[in-house]
Design a protein around this ligand. Sequence first.
Ligand code: HSE
Length: 310
Amino acid sequence: MNTEIKIFVPATVANVSCGFDVLGFALDTVGDEMMIRKVSQKGIKITKIIGQDLPLETHKNVAGVAALALLAKTDTNFGFEIEIIKNIKPGSGIGSSAASSAGAVWGINKLLEGRFNTTELVQFAMEGEKLASGVAHADNVAPALFGGFTLIRSYNPLDIIKIPTPNELMATIIHPQIEIKTADARKLLKENISLKEATKQWANVGGLISGLYSNNYNLIGRSLQDYVAEPVRSTLIPGFNDVKKTCIDAGALGCGISGSGPSIFALSKGEKTALKVAEAMKAVYDKIGIEYDIHISKVNKQGIKILDIK
Ligand code: HSE
């Protein structure tokens, strides 16, 4: 039995415009690193967090809470220590809390020789999401754990479908340096939407899924429209409409809010266009005078990766 594992846990883009709370995909070049060690003392201990100021107390830390949810389903007489190198900024909209939650349960499960299946791991990781945002949504933890694009077809019972990713699909993400808490961004949403809007929304979900299966880049682009969250949440992101317009002009297939924001994502066919889109996004924030991080990444089809195991 292995006793120590070091992993890369990807950042993720949730919602993907039309799929509020049900669609997401994982990134390849942005993510956290986590070390998980089996120890004789029972329970979960977060020993170190590098890069961000986050609570070490197990019950206050999303990784701790998710790991405890998993441990509660075992009868092990040992425990685990977790160390996190936090590269994904909390409140950035690219699945920071999801990465910690997903990484903790995935790593522990590896050291438990794969006792739980991936859907069960999603269920545990959702406890971390509940702590972070008040709602146990799975659209970030599912792509982190499964890789690629995922669809949460049902929450109860949990039914997750992994969707294929066209090879040339690239994501460009800009993170303007403002913080939006998911809990706050959720409070803005309307309780009800009209039948007319709902019809357009589910038509686009169908279009996006169909485009991903059939490598139809144009259809993917046409389907990246959101009538639920974007109209209200975009008001929290300075320059959002300009970024969206300039991305499309630069050749992006489509553009929208990443998760609950403030990050904005665009999908493109090919790296050349993704780079052009990055320049277009940067120009908007350079003009407004807001600092940003920018990421260009393939879609990560594999999910969490092992960096070292002993
Ligand atoms: N689906 C969630 C939301 C994702 O939009 O609130 C949060 O990252």
